[in-house]
Write a new protein. Sequence first.
Length: 91
Amino acid sequence: MGSARRTEAILDETFRNLKQSRPDLDPLKLDRTRELMRSAIPDCIVNDNQPLEQVFVDLPDPRDAHVMAAALKVQAQVIVTKNLKHLPRKR
């Protein structure tokens, strides 16, 4: 069975969006949740995927290239996202 993998950029985007869309949530608790996510699975962070981002410059939103690059780097079988508009179903 695989494990969840993510980049710091994915965590940044996730928690930035949560803080914007859910002002009712305590920002300090969100920061703590982020740290708990990182410490629960120490090897969950994907590093050095930036060189692969250039492969995905043709995405509907090129700012999402980091997600695809990380998936490629770890040979992910699945990408879990709600961003179906900007990430292709197949490539």
